[in-house]
Design a protein around this ligand. Structure first.
Ligand code: BT5
Length: 320
């Protein structure tokens, strides 16, 4: 119903009395006030005048309606928006399994069971961050799935740099970093046959307007948000639109020109290469120089012995 109240305020473009809203939706004046308050909490700017009623001044900084007007390409042509969901990735995997088309984007204001890699939790409070997943049906072999994470990372960093001028970088394999802290993360999941990806889901979480106190104490020292770094809030709508535009661009490049341009761009945007790092892979840990990424997005580490070690995925800490 909140959305319909917004519609009414938009349509009138001026003050609408509480009485008219209560009549229109068959709710009490007190309930109208409650709904208006909830909308304000979500970021809508609504003026309230005891004499004249309510007037919409600005829509929420996360507005799917506005997002739809900004999307021109195939990625995001279909948008599923939820106030709250367990995980946008889990829902997208279900939707893809039921046949949802490539480019469908699932966005949630908050997640109850936001997922990181390896069963970890992604903290996803309401009203502040980006939680979205994109369904893709790439003609690719499963061994190349890392390219999708690479594509999402390049798209996010490009969009974030453009919107904020922050020096956002990619930390291999899936972290978006600012000033050595994590501002976002990517989780790619897929369903595949041995030789082809049936569908993949690109999950993107970005801390936009979050205050650090919303994070549990153990995550706080390693994390940051756009607002924390710039002192200013950002429109999640505009950021999402920019990210989707960048994904559209890189997905086309990947199709037309192969993986080389994408990998080259990743190399420009990463803060990992040329650094002394420690990578934990399950029970094992490797220390060495992060020398390169290969054609499949694997990290090539130069070990102290001089030998090279290829790593598909792991947790990386930059030592020097
Ligand atoms: C990731 O995992 O970085 C992948 C995060 C992907 C989240 C998106 S949100 C939309 C979509 N739907 C989902 O359910 N997931 C995706 P990983 O590299 O494993 O990092 C997880 C670790 O980051 C946690 O163990 C915490 O230490 C830390 N962390 C958790 N929440 C954070 C947050 N909001 N900001 C920064 N760090 C966080």
């Amino acid at each position: 119903m909140s959305e319909r109240i917004v519609e009414l305020l938009k349509k009138k473009g001026n003050f609408v009395s509480g009485e008219e809203i209560s009549r229109e939706f068959g709710i009490t004046r007190a309930a109208v006030w409650k709904k208006i308050k909830a909308l304000r909490d979500k970021g809508y700017l609504i003026e309230a005048s005891p004499a004249k009623g309510y007037r919409l001044i600005k829509t929420s900084e996360l507005s799917v309606e506005e997002l739809r007007t900004l999307i021109k390409g195939d990625i995001g042509r279909e948008i599923v928006f939820l106030e709250s969901v367990d995980s946008t990735n889990s829902l997208s995997m279900e939707l893809a399994d039921k046949g949802s088309q490539e480019g469908t984007v699932v966005i949630a204001d908050s997640q109850k069971k936001g997922k990181g890699r390896l069963g970890r939790t992604w903290v996803s409070p309401p009203g502040v961050n980006i939680h979205m997943s994109i369904i893709m049906r790439p003609k690719m072999e499963p061994k190349d799935a890392t390219l999708l994470t690479i594509m999402a990372a390049v798209a996010c960093v490009t969009a974030l740099r453009r919107a904020t001028e922050l020096q956002v970088t990619i930390k291999w394999p899936n972290d978006l970093m600012v000033s050595g802290k994590k501002v976002g993360g990517i989780l790619t999941e897929m369903k595949s046959d041995p030789d082809r990806i049936i569908f993949a889901v690109l999950g993107i979480g970005i801390n936009v307007n979050m205050d650090m106190k919303e994070l549990p104490p153990d995550v706080r020292p390693i994390a940051t948000s756009i607002k924390q770094e710039t002192g200013e809030g950002q429109s999640r709508t505009l950021l999402i639109a920019e990210i989707l535009k960048e994904i559209e661009h890189w997905y086309k490049v990947l199709h037309k020109m192969g993986r080389a341009p994408l990998l080259d761009e990743w190399r420009v945007l990463t803060s990992t290469l040329g650094r002394e790092v420690r990578v934990t892979v399950g029970e094992e840990a490797f220390t060495g120089m992060a020398e390169a990424i290969d054609e499949e997005g694997m990290l090539i580490l130069r070990l102290p012995s001089g030998a090279l070690k290829k790593i598909i995925a792991g947790d990386l800490i930059i030592l020097r």
